[in-house]
Design a protein around this ligand. Structure first.
Ligand code: S3P
Length: 457
């Protein structure tokens, strides 16, 4: 057994133990709760920091990406603790109250953490340096530094405006009006957070609606924010320098994480799984709409509103799926779910066409080329397009591939899900990256009947 081998070197051990294998499963049943929503968790920590007093956060995602944002907020002056019930307590400093961090903020793998915090600090009169892992260091930051420079901030980054990157914040920021050129909630949110410490009214114009958690969180904290129709889309206007008081926050569970057991259930014969308390904010549910159009048996039970976000329990059963063309305008509401949708598509009759997805090339990995490579290696018919892919479903899928995950948690979980329904087991080179968004993934999936383990199991 691998676990009995005496490893001379911890790094060698980590490397080997990080390989994960998923094998065909014959049962996938039960009730589960996936971890908290990653997008909302980042924003909850940031907004708790922006308010005076103690804000309590229940259901915070304790994944590496979010913990890095918590560390960043501490470095900027917030006091953050976790109580015995698992609630997080943020003692905020208020708008205008941040202090200069004494070392670089390490945002790990997280584009959301890096871009949101960059926006936040750009309107404070100090320097902040951002660093991250190999994946994050390759991702474009110009999309946020361009609009943030209009407030008056300056940026010094590595080639192509990448990390490591230093923000020289501005003493007297000027409010801006900015049309976001790409569909990006991170860019929109970076500007809205910069607007908090900027006097006057800042307006962001969004052409295509993206996830609106920042706007909802601002409303929850009583920030003066208005949404009005605009000839280019929607104008979101924020009045800066509000006095914010602490609020309690509840983080629903992450629909992006729920998508993995959902697809696992859809492709495993006889399955019946209920995922409790899932966030069903309409700006996030494109994956469930698409799967239902493909013929998936998915039911939203007990829909309810909790702290400004819609939640429901989701019941999923094995289904015969049909390929469809995903409407391009749906992309923002399921942008993180294309990798797992490809897995569902591999088991659907006919073609599933996914286009309009240029943004996928600048995620944690180039998700178009990494998915295409992994699908081909698994014996799945797929055609790569510059802006997406077309997957042709098959009745028999060999599987048996060794997948390179490129430090991308969603690639890792998608291929582990594939392995549950193919003839041969699927191996991924690095399961540790799953910790960024879905701690406990392996245990939770195995609790339902999956067989995911390291090579020795
Ligand atoms: C996120 C926005 C999306 C998404 C990411 C989380 C957010 O990124 O892919 O996982 O929390 O704002 P983009 O803004 O780059 O589309």
């Amino acid at each position: 057994m691998l676990s009995e081998i005496k490893f001379q070197n911890q790094k060698v051990k980590d490397l080997i133990m990080n390989h994960l294998l998923s094998e065909k499963t014959h049962i996938f049943k039960g009730k589960i709760k996936v971890p908290g929503d990653k997008s909302i968790s980042h924003r909850a920590l940031i907004m708790g920091t922006m308010a005076i007093g103690q804000s309590r956060i229940s259901g915070l995602l304790e994944g590496e990406d979010v913990l890095n944002t918590a560390h960043a907020m501490q470095a900027l002056g917030a006091d953050i603790t976790r109580d015995d019930n698992g609630d997080w307590l943020v003692y905020g400093v208020g708008v205008g109250g941040l202090c200069e961090p004494d070392k670089a903020l390490d945002m790990g793998n997280s584009g959301t953490g890096a871009r949101l915090v960059m926006g936040l600090v750009s309107t404070y009169p100090f320097h902040t340096t951002f660093i991250g892992d190999h994946s994050l260091s390759g991702r474009p930051m110009k999309r946020v530094t361009d609009p943030l420079a209009k407030f008056g901030a300056e940026f010094h980054g590595a080639e192509g405006m990448r990390l490591p990157l230093t923000v020289k914040g501005i003493v007297d920021p000027l409010p801006i009006e900015y049309v976001v050129p790409m569909a990006s909630a991170q860019v929109k949110s970076a500007i809205l957070l910069a607007a908090l410490n900027t006097p006057g009214k800042t307006t962001v114009i969004e052409k295509t609606k993206t996830r609106d958690h920042t706007e909802r969180m601002f409303q929850h904290f009583r920030v003066d924010i208005t949404l009005t129709p605009h000839e280019d889309g929607t104008a979101i206007t924020v009045t800066g320098q509000p006095d914010l008081t602490a609020r309690d926050m509840f983080v629903p569970t992450d629909p992006s994480s729920a998508a993995f057991p959902t697809v696992a259930a859809l492709i495993t014969k006889g399955s019946d799984v209920t995922i409790e308390n899932v966030g069903i904010n309409p700006s996030r549910t494109g994956i469930f709409t698409s799967l239902k159009e493909m013929g998936a048996d998915i039911e939203f039970i007990n829909e309810r509103l909790e702290c400004g976000e819609m939640v429901a329990d989701i019941r999923v059963k094995y289904s015969d799926l049909q390929g469809i063309t995903i409407p391009m305008e749906r992309a923002p509401s399921m942008i993180d779910e294309y990798p797992i949708l490809c897995i569902a598509a591999a088991f659907a009759k006919g073609d599933t066409v996914m286009r309009g997805l240029e943004e996928l090339r600048v995620k944690e990995s180039d998700r178009i080329s990494v998915m295409v490579a992994g699908l081909k290696a698994s014996g799945i018919l797929v055609v790569e397009h510059q802006d997406g892919m077309t997957v042709t479903g098959q009745t028999y899928i060999s599987g048996g591939a060794r997948i390179k995950t490129h430090l991308d948690h969603r690639i890792a979980m998608s291929f582990l899900t594939l392995g549950l329904a193919t003839d041969k087991a699927t191996e991924i080179d690095d399961g540790s990256v799953i910790e960024t968004s879905f701690p406990g993934f392996q245990k939770l999936m195995n609790g339902l009947g999956a067989k995911i383990g390291n090579k020795a199991l």
